[in-house]
Write a protein that binds this ligand. Structure first.
Ligand code: KG4
Ligand code: ZN
Length: 347
């Protein structure tokens, strides 16, 4: 088997991304180039991602991102061997834009086209970055997703549990807005929490009283809102200290819940398979140092290895999409021009 070059395209949320990954189908690979164009400023005034604005920005940025990824890789399109594109799940306007561009490139060049599940891209990233062996346990924690998976091979994912309402990143973003911090809320809360007292507000740890790996974050957000309103009712407003204490109390609640549910996911995995698994994380929330350290503590206690890919490959990017196409190639056929964009596409 020899190395091939895959062009990856990703546009399912608010990042327009293109990348070139080089490697052996089903084997090791390296990231040759990876371009990510964010849209944070475009959505800032609206307090969330506006699908129509996102789709238009993808249309504007997709072609230039692909061109930049090729330039950075020092390759011509004629030196690419296949195209991997996110075909879902995600905001449909963005996914359609990426799929249309990929089909156009495929039609013009004859290159095989692989529609990739965005979540498979995240879930396979630890193999790209750290060569983690199958099977492993994956915690996906982003603005849009929250689930535990057993990754058995490049095409087989078993879901152990997930959020029954909001994703944790979404909760970070909403709580940031509630306590007067900027977007994206995750990094803002993490910074603000540094000066805070995580024990000042006793916030709930949702679903810890129920067995299993399902999670919930919407009640925690509401409880944070009530704690905020309690302070405002007493003092007429929030001081910087109140903000920090609210941020710290919220953050430690999320970290506790993710750590305890990770412990359960690992234990239920170990009941089926005595070999020590690796716990891998991906998604923007995995950037949070308190959350990472809570997960690391659980892994140390269970003698389990912990792997968190570098942030630029943990958050949305196209290298993971190119890599997922490469990893799945031995198990599947290329897609035809009937490849459709899927807003919902469970793994
Ligand atoms: O994976 P990602 O870049 O995009 C998707 O949602 O797919 O994740 C973005 C989310 C946002 O909700 C952001 O607030 C959150 O990840 N996030 C964080 C941190 N950095 C980003 N949450 C907590 N702590 C952080 N340091
Ligand atoms: Zn994502």
């Amino acid at each position: 088997a020899h190395d091939i070059n895959i062009l990856g395209i990703e546009s399912s949320c608010d990042d327009t991304a293109a990348a070139v990954v080089r490697g052996v189908p089903g084997g090791a690979a390296t990231v040759v180039s990876s371009v990510v164009v964010g849209q944070t400023e475009l959505h800032a005034a609206f307090g969330g991602v506006v699908p129509e604005i996102a789709a238009r920005a993808h249309v504007e940025k997709l072609d230039v991102s692909v061109k930049q990824a090729l330039t950075d890789a020092n390759l011509e399109l004629s030196q690419i061997d296949a195209i991997g594109v996110t075909a879902g799940p995600g905001l449909i306007g963005g996914v359609v834009s990426g799929v249309m561009l990929a089909k156009g490139l495929s039609a013009a060049t004859g290159l095989p086209l692989y529609g990739v599940n965005h979540l498979a891209g995240h879930a396979l990233t630890p193999r790209l970055t750290d060569n983690v062996a199958f099977p492993y346990v994956m915690l996906l924690v982003s603005g849009g997703h929250c689930q535990f998976l057993i990754v058995e091979d490049a095409s087989t994912f078993r879901r152990l549990g997930g959020t029954i309402d909001d994703a944790p990143g979404e909760a970070f973003d909403k709580v940031a807005r509630l306590i007067g911090l900027p977007q994206p809320g995750g990094p803002a809360i993490e910074t603000c929490a540094k000066a805070g007292n995580p024990r000042r507000f006793a916030l709930p740890r949702p679903l810890l009283d129920r067995p299993g790996c399902d999670l919930s974050f919407s009640g925690l957000k509401t409880a944070t809102l009530r704690a905020r309103d309690g302070v405002i009712a007493q003092q007429g407003g929030l001081t910087g200290t109140d903000q920090s204490d609210l941020a710290a109390s919220f953050q430690v609640a999320v970290a506790d819940v993710l750590a305890e549910k990770s412990r359960r996911a690992l234990i239920s995995y170990l009941e089926l398979n005595p070999a020590r698994p690796t716990l891998c994380v991906a998604g923007g929330v995995a950037a949070n140092a308190s959350i990472r350290s809570a997960l690391e503590t659980v892994c140390t206690q269970l003698s389990v290895q912990f792997v968190a890919p570098p942030l630029r490959l943990c958050t949305d990017n196209a290298a993971m999409i190119a890599y997922a196409a490469l990893a799945q190639m031995p198990d599947r056929d290329a897609d035809g021009f009937d490849l459709s964009a899927r807003p919902r596409w469970p793994l």
